[in-house]
Write a protein that binds this ligand. Structure first.
Ligand code: FE2
Length: 241
């Protein structure tokens, strides 16, 4: 068997994954990074990496490319995406020159990822890699509309204890979930202020006053504290008064 040329494989599959949902290409690369962590010394690493890159190919052209998805759209379109997977994977891997046997293994792995359900060690690796790669704010930001951030987090909180199977994954996912929850709350807090448009205005007028006044007026002190808490900004905390 010839050596796996990952660069060539990425060139082939990237334009196809870019026609999937918003954030799917970044997601695919994160899944590959998790595969490398969980399957470090395995002989079949190459085939797991290939499957990781293209595991969401079933979403190609299913929605407007690059459009962020809602939780409801995800649920509605998922069966069709899963149905598309097999023929799309077959075509791509054939084009890459893979043999029938290898293609079938990749399809099995991707099927496990689609169903979030693993029945052997190698399936555990791809299912865990797919799921663990979701537990970061970049993934949530790239893929979902903001109204659904908390919905997705709650879904994962409920389902991850059953989905995650590898020892490493089990040890890591509770902390990743906790961090993601903190990051989501931070992100939503900043957006809320962006919507009110008041933060910039406040700090602008605050700076003007501080240029003239040696001591912060009391009525500003209250607002200042409030904004610092909401922004949790170390820069603002460091301003002394
Ligand atoms: Fe995925």
């Amino acid at each position: 068997m010839s050596k796996f040329n990952e660069e060539k494989f990425r060139e082939l599959v990237k334009p196809h994954i870019l026609r999937c949902r918003a954030g799917d290409w970044e997601h695919a690369k994160r899944v590959v990074r998790w595969v490398r962590k969980l399957a470090k010394d395995r002989d079949d690493l190459d085939i797991i990496i290939k499957a990781a890159y293209i595991h969401d190919i079933g979403w190609r052209d299913l929605i407007e490319s690059g459009k962020k998805i809602t939780k409801n759209e995800l649920k509605k379109l998922e069966p069709q995406a899963n149905k598309n997977t097999k023929p799309f994977v077959q075509d791509l891997l054939k084009e890459f020159g893979d043999a029938e046997k290898e293609i079938n293994i990749a399809i099995q792995l991707i099927n496990a990822a689609d169903l979030h359900s693993s029945s052997n060690r190698v399936e555990e690796i791809i299912v865990d890699s797919d799921n663990l790669s979701k537990l970061n704010i970049e993934h949530v930001y790239e893929k979902y509309v903001e109204d659904d951030y908390r919905k997705m987090l709650n879904l994962w909180k409920k389902e991850f204890p059953n989905r995650i199977q590898t020892q490493k994954g089990k040890a890591l996912f509770p902390k990743l979930l906790e961090q993601l929850e903190r990051d989501i709350e931070e992100e939503l807090r900043v957006t809320a202020f962006g919507l009110f448009g008041c933060a910039d205005e406040f700090f602008k007028s605050f700076n003007i006053i501080m240029e003239k006044e040696p001591k912060m007026p009391d009525y500003y002190r209250v607002k200042y504290y409030l904004l610092c808490h909401l922004f949790r900004s170390p820069t603002y905390w460091n301003i002394t008064f």
